[in-house]
Design a protein around this ligand. Structure first.
Ligand code: HEM
Length: 352
C-alpha cells in the first residue's frame, strides 16, 4: 500500500499529460493559413499578413489631370490611362440622361405633329389643282436630296438601334439576335455616313444661293409661315425657299457638318482625340442626332401628309401651278418672267 501511495502523484501527472496532449498538439492560427475550424498542423502555419503591403519598387500610377496614368515604354501612350473618373459621368449620360433627352425630343415631336395634324389637317391648295406643272427641282437636285435623305434615315434608324436597342430590342428578340442586329447596324451606320456627306456637299453647292436670308423671311417668320392660321387663303410671301425651309437647310448643313466631325472622332479612336475628347464628341453627336431627327420628322410631315402638292416637288420634280403661286409666289413669278412657262399635265382639267 505504501508503494502505491508513493506512485499516486506520478500516475496523476501522467494521466493529466495524456488528456492534455491533443490540445497541446494543435496551435490556434487565424487567417489565410487556417483550415476549417481555424487550426492547422504545427509547421504548416502561413506567416501572418503584414500590416502594411511592402512599398512597390515601381510606382504603378500617379494622378495626372484627374486621371490615373501608368508608365509605358510602348508607343501607344493612350493605353497608359488606367482610370478615368469622367468615364462615370459619361456612362450615366449614355445609360440614362440620353435616354430621357432623346425620348422626350423625338416622341414629343411625334406627339406635337399628331396634335397639329388633328387641329389643322392637311394644308390644301386653296384653288384646287390646275394640272399645269412648273419645273421645281432638276434631276441632280433630286438626286442630292434623296441621297442625303435616304442615308440620313439609315443613319437615324441604325443610330437609334445602337443607342436604345439594349433596352428596347433585347426584351423583344433576345441577346443573340440583338448581337447580330447591332453589329449590322453599327456597320451600316458607319457606311451610310459616306453618301450622307456627299449628298450634303452637293445640296450645299446647289442650294446655298437660294437659302441666303432676305427681308421677306422676316415677314414669313412673323406670321409663322401662315401655318398656325386656319384661314387657308393666307400665305406669306416667299421666294424659292421660305424662311422655314431656309432654317431646315442651314440646320441640315451645319448640323450635318457637326455630326460628321464628331462622327469621324468616334470612328477613329485616339487618332483625333483621347478618351475625354471622344466622350465630349459622343455627347454632342447624340444630342444633335436627337434634335435633327425631330426636325426631319417635322420636315417629312410637311412634305407628305401635312401639305397637299408638296411631295410632287421632290417626287417628280415639278409642282402644280396653283401650289407654286400660293406657297412660292416670288419664285413662281421669276420662273414665268424667265420664260419657263407651266406645262399642261396629263390629268383631265378639273380633276382633283
Ligand atoms: C421621306 C423623307 C423626306 C421627304 C418626303 C422629303 C420631302 C421634301 C420635299 C417635298 C421637299 C421640297 C419642298 C419644296 O418644294 O419646297 C424637300 C426639300 C428639302 N429636304 Fe426633304 N424630304 C425627306 C427627307 C429629308 C431629309 C432626311 C433631309 C436631310 C437630312 C432633307 C432635307 C431637305 C432639304 C434641306 C430641303 C430643301 C429645303 C426645304 O424644302 O426644306 N429631306 N424635302
Amino acid at each position: 500500500m505504501p508503494r502505491i501511495r508513493a506512485f499516486a502523484p506520478v500516475a496523476a501527472f501522467l494521466l493529466a499529460l495524456l488528456l492534455a496532449a491533443p490540445a497541446l498538439a494543435q496551435v490556434e492560427v487565424e487567417g489565410p493559413g487556417a483550415g476549417e475550424g481555424g487550426t492547422v498542423a504545427p509547421g504548416l502555419e502561413l506567416p501572418a499578413p503584414e500590416a502594411e503591403p511592402p512599398a512597390a519598387d515601381v510606382q504603378l500610377y500617379m494622378p495626372e489631370e484627374d486621371q490615373l496614368i501608368g508608365r509605358l515604354t510602348i508607343p501607344n501612350r493612350s493605353l497608359a490611362t488606367l482610370v478615368q473618373p469622367e468615364g462615370r459621368t459619361w456612362r450615366a449620360f449614355r445609360m440614362e440622361t440620353l435616354f430621357w433627352i432623346a425620348g422626350i425630343v423625338i416622341l414629343g415631336t411625334l406627339a406635337a405633329l399628331a396634335a397639329f395634324y388633328f387641329w389643322r389637317g392637311t394644308i390644301r391648295i386653296d384653288r384646287g389643282r390646275s394640272d399645269r406643272w412648273v419645273p421645281r427641282f432638276n434631276g441632280l437636285e433630286r438626286f442630292a436630296h434623296w441621297t442625303t435623305a435616304l442615308s440620313f434615315i439609315a443613319l437615324a434608324l441604325t443610330g437609334l438601334i445602337v443607342t436604345f436597342g439594349r433596352f428596347l430590342l433585347i426584351p423583344l428578340m433576345g441577346h443573340d439576335a440583338f448581337t447580330a442586329t447591332s453589329e449590322v447596324s453599327k456597320n451600316l451606320h458607319n457606311f451610310s455616313s459616306v453618301p450622307f456627306v456627299l449628298g450634303l456637299v452637293l445640296m450645299l453647292a446647289l442650294w446655298i444661293r437660294d437659302n441666303l436670308p432676305t427681308r421677306a423671311d422676316l415677314v414669313w417668320l412673323k406670321h409663322g409661315g401662315g401655318m398656325f392660321s386656319r384661314n387657308a387663303s393666307f400665305h406669306p410671301e416667299s421666294g424659292r425657299f421660305n424662311a422655314g425651309q431656309k432654317g431646315i437647310f442651314w440646320a441640315v448643313v451645319l448640323g450635318g457638318i457637326a455630326m460628321t466631325v464628331t462622327g469621324i472622332m468616334l470612328m477613329t479612336p485616339f487618332y483625333v482625340t483621347g478618351v475625354s475628347g471622344m466622350q465630349i464628341a459622343h455627347v454632342v453627336h447624340a444630342i444633335l442626332a436627337a434634335l435633327m431627327i425631330a426636325m426631319i420628322l417635322g420636315h417629312i410631315y410637311i412634305g407628305t401628309i401635312g401639305m397637299e402638292g408638296a411631295f410632287d416637288a421632290m417626287g417628280k420634280g415639278e409642282v402644280d401651278e396653283n401650289w407654286a403661286i400660293e406657297h412660292h409666289r416670288g419664285w413662281y413669278e421669276a420662273q414665268r418672267d424667265a420664260g419657263r412657262q407651266p406645262a399642261p399635265g396629263t390629268r383631265p382639267a378639273g380633276a382633283d
